[in-house]
Design a protein around this ligand. Sequence first.
Ligand code: PLP
Length: 280
Amino acid sequence: MYLFQNQFMPKEQVPISPEDRGYYFGDGIYEVFRVYNGVIFEPDGHYRRLEKSAKDTRIALPSSISELNGNLEELIRLNELTEGIVYMQITRGAAPRSHPFPKQAEPVLMAYCSPMARPLSTIEHGIRAITMDDIRWLRCDLKTLNLLPNVMAKQHALDQGADEVILHRSGTVTECSASNFMIVKEGVLHTHPANHLILHGITRDVVLKLARELSIPVQEQPFTVENVQQADEAFLTSTTQEVTPIIQVDGQTIGTGAPGAITVKLQQAFAQLIPAASPS
Ligand code: PLP
């Protein structure tokens, strides 16, 4: 079942218009929520970010956050989702194609569930990345539907036989195509500050909080591609990829070529936050 506005219906019956501005302009915002054991993980962070994306793009949320949360919980229940994600997007609405905000259009909300297991293999073994120019706009903190540069970047990595890209602006590392990026050097965790150049990842926040609890020093300061090549450890963070080690960058091994000690410590602390399945 899908959620459309406030109603639940089969996918085939979702009445999305060909004039939806999400389709014409990418004029919309979205969130991806992780569901562990039937429960949304870190909902408050996602709703806060959604409210900010809505405010700064001037898209009105079609319902209150508590109503929306109730609807997403119902969607999870109707789909009997235990492990997976909820994808939700809100566009500015449907109207004949014209750049100015339409006067009549109402925002359109659509959400669905998708089962997804934890990515245990990449969490354990790590992935390979390549560096690439970050050609995105200057409001990467907004979670908007305009993902063409991210899509192009990810495909570039796959075409080169890598798994992911590490984006940089004139040598300053920002993030990955759909995740935040961190390195460890001499025991210190480094990641780009949460400004307009990166998405303020919910997983990033969780990991930084865990690092502070574990007395791992954290530096939210810009660093360079060169710093990455000299790092002891590197990893990415996201709702679907959790804490995934990056063991090779541009063909060069990072650290020992295996997930580093601090990365593993953070992975273990993160796993502790995941609600265990209730005994049946
Ligand atoms: N950065 C980008 C560009 C993303 O698209 C995402 C998630 O989709 C993230 C970072 C990670 O954010 P989160 O941890 O909230 O999933």
